[in-house]
Design a protein around this ligand. Structure first.
Ligand code: SF4
Ligand code: MG
Length: 300
């Protein structure tokens, strides 16, 4: 279903400029969001996905300021609520690639219930968690992933609660794809995003994202010195969930990145809908408008 904006491009391979935006980027200098934006566009180009074939969905937060910085269809939702909107888009049109973005605050704070049910429903959505260990948009407040006792501007003594571990949390939810990468390595992010987008079902990718303005403790250099890709571990088997739990645990010294867990037999939510099994149409094509004036009159 090509849209008017890229109908010319459908006969040619996708290029970076197809996903370009004329809007001015407003993230702070050296923010990890720049690299994430570039890697997502690179992954879409590598997979030759057209702007008219994708919808990127954004939460509120610094990540959400990317909603008008990428071509194709976009959606910008309420804080913590991006996952249900993305799951709805994936059900409505199974031919559209749905990529959703959320921060650590919105996703693991306000919207944590949505993450749970998006994962267990295995909706055909790639979800990218921008984990910069704080609520950046509201000026460095502690979030669910801020480390215990990590001093922040708005909590000078540091949080007293334990930090959530996103990968171990999602691995426990009967997830079918869990990966990790970091915003200082565009090449690695691109590789991981390509695998995540290809996965049939809910693919969860945690990106350790630098926030040089409010998180001075874990800049890109900090991650660079600690990460290793699991594909370099000779006996690593990404279909072994228990092994993924084990290797993902350390996020302080030797940090595993790459595709940590993948279920090769994943069946996305759309393929589980038996009532639609023999239909060739998409839900979005079956939408009708119903006049409700007569119903409303009953209440006048
Ligand atoms: Fe990026 Fe942090 Fe600035 Fe937000 S506050 S734009 S996350 S550096
Ligand atoms: Mg954050």
């Amino acid at each position: 279903m090509p849209c008017n904006t890229c109908v010319t491009a459908t006969s040619q391979p996708t290029q970076m400029k197809d996903f370009a935006s004329a809007n001015i980027f407003t993230w702070c200098t050296n923010c990890g969001n720049y690299g994430i934006n570039a890697a997502v566009r690179r992954a879409l180009v590598e997979l030759d996905i057209k702007p008219c074939e994708t919808i990127t969905c954004f939460d509120i937060g610094c990540n959400g300021n990317g909603a008008d910085k990428i071509g194709g269809y976009t959606f910008h939702g309420l804080h913590g609520r991006v996952i249900p909107a993305a799951c709805g888009a994936a059900l409505a049109n199974t031919e559209t690639k749905v990529i959703a973005f959320g921060g650590d605050g919105g996703t693991l704070g306000e919207g944590v219930g949505h993450l749970v049910h998006g994962v267990r429903g295995n909706y055909n959505v790639t979800f990218i968690l921008h984990n910069n260990l704080n609520y950046g948009l509201t000026k460095g407040q502690a979030s669910p992933t801020t480390k215990k006792n990590m001093k922040m501007d708005s909590s000078p003594d540091g949080p007293t609660s334990e930090a959530l571990h996103p990968v171990r949390f999602v691995l426990a939810l009967e997830s079918t794809f869990v990966a990790r990468t970091f915003s200082g390595d565009v090449k690695h992010m691109t590789k991981v995003f390509v695998e995540a987008i290809k996965h049939p079902g809910f693919s969860f990718v945690e990106v350790f994202q630098s926030c040089p303005t409010y998180n001075k403790q874990t800049p890109h250099e900090w991650y660079q010195q600690r990460v290793f890709d699991v594909s370099t571990v000779s006996d690593y088997d990404p279909s072994n969930r228990a092994r993924a739990f084990e290797i993902a645990e350390d996020i302080e010294n030797k940090i595993a990145i790459g595709v940590l867990y993948k279920d090769k037999n994943s069946v996305p939510q759309s393929a589980r809908q038996q009532n639609r099994a023999k239909l060739n149409t998409q839900l979005v094509e079956e939408t009708r408008q119903y006049p409700i004036d007569t119903l409303l009159k009953a209440f006048r």
